[in-house]
Ligand binder design. Structure first.
Ligand code: NAD
Length: 254
């Protein structure tokens, strides 16, 4: 397999012990990238993912961190730089929905927590890795948006959609800010991807109804999203910045 110029690069993937993040870690490792993944609580998932990554002959480590905590983010970034010698790629994947809750039942606390989890953690990770990338004169950042950023999300997820819209817009502004430093910033926006996100948060009938509207006739997989990340971070995507790739089996065609 061609490594598309990725071999020997060094990546930090947040939320890399499960679901989409795990798929991204495994794909980067398969292309010869040394990886540090972060996880919140899944020690077993972190150990398993590190073992799979190492089986590709790359360095792989896991760090536990709550990425809503600025000190924890800064520690993760400095540890990653120490373990790998630098950071060429950041995939800010960690995040999620805090239940399906309509606006009238949504508390200010849940709104704030959702923005902290998805938007603030993304900003903190970017802020912490950018100085090293500027010094290197190169870097690649991929942020995790969602189809919800385009269509407002399913029932009870307007607040979640708002966080993913903020991430998408931030990626475009950041792309302009960092282009003079040869740092590319892009987004991925998945639709229905088969992970615990939906196992926990999406009722089976709602999930089946969404699945029924997918032109390609199936739910996406973490590997489907990882393919877009390989494209964006490798030499294949060398002329892309400020771009968002929607990965949803054709549900929306903008
Ligand atoms: P997941 O639950 O497997 O992954 C979420 C990850 O975020 C976990 O690894 C978790 O440890 C991490 N995380 C949660 N809170 C954290 C915190 N405070 N600090 C650090 N890490 C934290 O689900 P997933 O589907 O793989 O989700 C990954 C990303 O993809 C999320 O940002 C999610 O919003 C986004 N997304 C998922 C889908 C989907 O259909 N599954 C669609 C669009 C976007």
């Amino acid at each position: 397999m061609s490594d598309y110029g990725l071999r020997g690069q060094r990546a930090l993937v947040t939320g890399g012990a499960s679901g989409i993040g795990r798929g991204i870690v495994e794909a980067l490792a398969a292309h010869g990238v040394d990886v540090v993944l972060t996880y919140l609580s899944s020690d077993a998932g972190a150990r398993e993912t590190v073992a799979v990554a190492q089986s590709h002959g790359v360095k792989a480590y896991a760090l536990q961190a709550d990425l809503t905590d600025e000190a924890a983010v800064n520690h993760v970034v400095s540890e990653t730089q120490r373990l790998l010698g630098g950071i060429d790629i950041l995939v800010a994947n960690a995040g999620g929905i805090l239940g399906r809750i309509g606006t009238l039942d949504l508390t200010r606390e849940i709104w704030d927590n959702a923005f902290a989890l998805n938007v603030t953690s993304t900003f903190l990770c970017c802020k912490a890795v950018i100085p090293g990338m500027m010094t290197q004169g190169s870097g690649n950042i991929v942020l995790m948006s969602s189809q919800a950023a385009f269509d407002g999300g399913g029932v009870g997820s307007a607040y979640y959609a708002a966080t993913k819209g903020a991430i998408l817009t931030y990626s475009r502004g950041l792309a302009k800010e960092l282009a003079p430093h040869h740092i590319r910033v892009n987004c991925v926006a998945p639709g229905l991807i088969d992970t615990r996100f939906h196992d926990i948060n999406t009722p089976p009938d709602m999930r089946a109804a969404v699945r029924g509207r997918i032109p390609l006739g199936r739910e996406g997989t973490p590997t489907d999203v990882a393919g877009a990340v390989i494209y964006l971070t490798s030499e294949l995507g060398a002329y892309l910045t400020g771009e968002t790739i929607i990965i949803n089996g054709g549900q929306t065609m903008y």
